[in-house]
Ligand binder design. Structure first.
Ligand SMILES: Nc1nc2c(c(=O)[nH]1)N[C@H]1C(S)=C(S)[C@@H](COP(=O)(O)O)O[C@H]1N2
Ligand SMILES: [Mo]
Length: 257
């Protein structure tokens, strides 16, 4: 076991203990999950990719101080998930939630919220810009998407990452919210799957239990209520084929700020 893996394993244990609600049985359950072990074992190898990214001249979105966090952050779009599965998870406070990572990957993953919270995390305070013209600064903590994708092992045909959500935004049956991003954005160091906002568990109106933070694009790209992450070669077969719920209704696929 390399030092980095050992270190991240230790971080994970501290994280699990710090989560408070996790008893020893919770730790046992964590250590038995093959998905969790796989992601943890990948954590040490990740720094190289992030370093390469930083050296390649790509921009980070500006980050702010705690004092700059907006007192009010407007929830927008859906205020809750609407599927039957989601309603069941609300009842058990997301104990039965599992994030699936699949599609064009070598090792599909299934991770509980406790497992996600026990992985190495990134926190960032950033400004959210909605296409409707409002902005708010908020603090986010979550798992780097790059860690999940590296652990799952993308196949060479994978070109986009799709996020499948649990709400239909009044769109009727079959019209669940979804979004897609390219691999460059997926591996950006500030692209995280967030489970906390301003130091608290992610509130339901903001996308509990897990939402995407993609800091260099507009708000509608940042899928809330994420149930599944799927690697695909093309998004043409999804929805109306334009790569996202709002893209199918006329918005740009690349919503750079
Ligand atoms: N699943 C889902 N994700 C979503 C939306 C939505 O309605 N459903 N709205 C989007 C829009 S337009 C914005 S501005 C942000 C709002 O995030 P917030 O509710 O945390 O402010 O979520 C985005 N992600
Ligand atoms: Mo938005």
């Amino acid at each position: 076991m390399s030092d980095l893996v050992r270190l991240s394993r230790r971080t994970a244990l501290i994280g699990a203990a710090g989560a408070g609600g996790l008893l020893l049985t919770g730790c046992d359950r964590l250590s038995r999950s093959a998905s969790f072990q796989r992601v943890l074992a990948t954590a040490g190898r990740l720094d190289m990719g992030v370093q390469r990214f930083l050296l390649s001249g790509d921009q980070l979105a500006p980050e702010y101080t705690r004092a700059e966090v907006s007192p009010w952050f407007k929830p927008n779009g859906s205020f809750t998930g609407t599927t039957d599965d989601y309603k069941r998870m609300l009842d058990d406070n997301f104990a039965s939630y599992r994030l699936s990572v699949g599609g064009l990957v070598r090792h599909p993953l299934s991770l509980s919220l406790a497992e996600l919270k026990a992985l190495p995390a990134r926190s960032q305070i950033t400004r959210h810009d909605c296409v409707e013209g409002w902005s708010a600064i908020g603090g986010w903590t979550g798992v780097p998407l790059s860690l999940l994708l590296t652990s799952a092992g993308l196949l060479p045909q994978a070109r986009y990452i799709v996020f499948h959500c649990a709400d239909n935004l009044g769109g009727g049956p079959g019209g669940l919210y979804y979004e897609s991003i390219d691999l460059k954005d997926a591996f950006h160091p500030q692209t995280i799957m967030a489970y906390a906002m301003n130091g608290q568990p992610l509130p339901v109106p903001h996308g509990a239990p897990l939402r995407l933070r993609l800091e260099r694009q507009l708000g509608y790209k940042m899928a809330k209520y994420v149930m599944g992450i799927e690697a695909v070669a093309s998004y043409a077969h999804l929805g109306s084929g334009r790569g996202g719920f709002w893209e199918d209704r006329g918005y740009q696929w690349y919503a750079g700020i």
